[in-house]
Design a protein around this ligand. Structure first.
Ligand SMILES: Cc1cc2nc3c(=O)[nH]c(=O)nc-3n(C[C@H](O)[C@H](O)[C@H](O)COP(=O)(O)O)c2cc1C
Length: 360
C-alpha cells in the first residue's frame, strides 16, 4: 500500500491494518501470526486466558512469525455490589442449560480479578504493542508497559473517553464505533449510551486528541479502510472480517451464523456477559433480554461466569442459538478466505478505492 501513516512506522506495519484482539478463542496464534506476517498487525486477547496461556500464546505466535504482534487485556473493572437476587438470572438461563443436557448452574460468585498476573504475563509474552478496553489502566500498569518499550493503545467509544485515555498516557486510541462486534469499550457515563457510529466518532476524536487514532467498527473491506484513512485515522482495527478466516478459532456454527446474518440482525446485548456487546441475534439473546430488569441479568463479569458452561457446551455441540455470536454490522461483507488472502484482498481494495477517489 502506498499510503503511510506515523502509527505504521511506530508499529512497524506495511499496511495500516490491525486484526482485532478477540478474546474467547477467535484470535488463534495462527490467525495473529498470519496477519502480522502479511504486513498488518495481529493481536491476541488475553482477557480470558490464564497467565500461562498468555505466555504460551505469545510463544506460539513467535514460532510462526518474526513480525511484531500485540496483546490485549480488559482494564480492571470496578467491583459492583453483589446481586440481591441472583436466582433470577439463574432461572432465566436454566432452560437453555437443560436443553443442552447441562445441570442448572449455581449462582456465580465473584472471583478475584487476576489483572496483575495477566499483566505480568503479557509483559513477558514477546509482544511489541499492548492494547486494552473497558476502562483506563492504573498508573503502575501504564508505567510497566512503557518501561518495556511497548506501544500502548486504549479503546474509546466517545470523545470524553478518548481525552481521558490520552491524559492517562496511551500512545494511540482505538475509536470503537457503534457498528463494532464484541464488547463495547464504554467506561465513562451510561454504559448503554456510547453507541456512536464510526463515521461520526473518528473525526470528532481526532479533533480532540493529538495522538494517532485507529478506526474500528463495521470495517470489512478496502472501501471501509480507505474511508477511515480519508477521515484521518492512522490505521483500522477489524474483528468480524477476520472471524470467518480459516485460521479463526470459532465454531463452524458461529461462522455459518455470520454468513447467514444481515446488517440489521446484530444487536447490543447484556444477556451473555452482563456488559453491552454486539452480536448476532439468537434465541438465547431474545429470551433472556425480554422484559429483563434488575438481577434478571447480572453485572459483568458475573453473567459471563454464569453463561460460560452453556456457551462452551454449545460450541462443542455446534448450536449457534446458545453462543455469544459477537459480530459487527458489516456481516454481509464477511468472506471465507485464509488470513493471507484476506490481507492481500484488503490491500488491493484499499489502493483501488483511494485511486477511484483521486480519479474523480
Ligand atoms: C468475537 C469478538 C471478540 C472481541 N474481543 C475483544 C477483546 O478481547 N478486546 C478488545 O479490545 N476488543 C474486542 N473486540 C472488539 C474489537 O476490538 C473491535 O472493536 C471490533 O471487532 C470492530 O468491529 P468489527 O467487528 O465490525 O470489525 C472483539 C470483537 C469481536 C467480534
Amino acid at each position: 500500500m502506498s499510503f503511510r501513516t506515523p502509527l505504521m512506522d511506530t508499529l512497524g506495519l506495511d499496511h495500516p491494518i490491525i486484526q482485532a484482539p478477540m478474546a474467547g478463542g477467535g484470535d488463534t496464534p495462527a490467525l495473529v501470526a498470519a496477519v502480522s506476517q502479511a504486513g498488518g498487525m495481529g493481536f491476541f486477547g488475553g482477557a480470558y486466558l490464564s497467565p500461562d496461556q498468555i505466555i504460551e500464546s505469545g510463544r506460539a505466535i513467535r514460532s510462526s512469525t518474526n513480525r511484531r504482534f500485540g496483546v490485549n487485556l480488559f482494564a480492571p473493572q470496578p467491583v459492583s455490589e453483589p446481586p440481591t437476587a441472583p436466582h433470577r438470572a439463574v432461572d432465566r438461563v436454566a432452560p437453555f442449560f437443560a436443553e443442552l443436557g447441562l445441570e442448572t448452574p449455581s449462582p456465580p460468585v465473584l472471583a478475584a480479578d487476576p489483572f496483575e498476573d495477566r499483566l505480568a504475563a503479557a509483559l513477558e509474552s514477546g509482544v511489541s504493542a499492548f492494547s486494552f478496553t473497558l476502562g483506563l489502566l492504573p498508573d503502575f500498569a501504564v508505567q510497566a508497559i512503557k518501561a518495556k518499550g511497548m506501544t500502548l493503545i486504549g479503546t474509546a467509544t466517545t470523545v470524553d473517553e478518548a481525552v481521558a485515555l490520552e491524559r492517562s498516557g496511551v500512545d494511540a486510541i482505538v475509536a470503537q464505533g457503534g457498528e463494532a462486534g464484541g464488547h463495547r469499550g464504554t467506561f465513562l457515563g451510561d454504559l448503554n449510551a456510547g453507541v456512536v457510529g464510526t463515521m461520526a466518532l473518528v473525526p470528532q476524536v481526532l479533533d480532540a486528541v493529538s495522538i494517532p487514532v485507529i478506526a474500528s467498527g463495521g470495517i470489512m473491506d478496502g472501501r471501509g479502510i480507505a474511508a477511515a484513512l480519508v477521515l484521518g485515522a492512522d490505521a483500522v482495527q477489524m474483528g468480524t472480517a477476520f472471524l470467518t478466516c480459516g485460521e479463526a478459532g470459532v465454531p463452524d456454527a458461529y461462522k455459518a451464523a455470520i454468513f447467514a446474518a444481515t446488517e440489521s440482525r446484530t444487536r447490543v446485548t447484556r444477556a451473555f456477559s452482563g456488559r453491552p456487546a454486539r452480536g448476532i441475534v439468537n434465541r438465547f439473546m431474545e429470551t433472556v433480554e425480554a422484559g429483563a430488569s434488575g438481577d434478571d441479568i447480572l453485572a459483568f463479569p458475573l453473567q459471563n461466569t454464569l453463561t460460560r458452561p452453556m456457551r462452551t457446551a454449545a460450541g462443542k455441540q455446534g448450536k449457534a442459538d446458545y453462543l455469544s455470536l459477537w459480530a459487527g454490522q458489516g456481516v454481509r461483507l464477511a468472506r471465507r478466505l485464509s488470513a493471507p488472502d484476506l490481507m492481500s484482498a484488503l490491500v488491493a481494495e484499499t489502493d483501488a478505492a483511494l485511486a477511484r477517489v483521486a480519479a474523480r
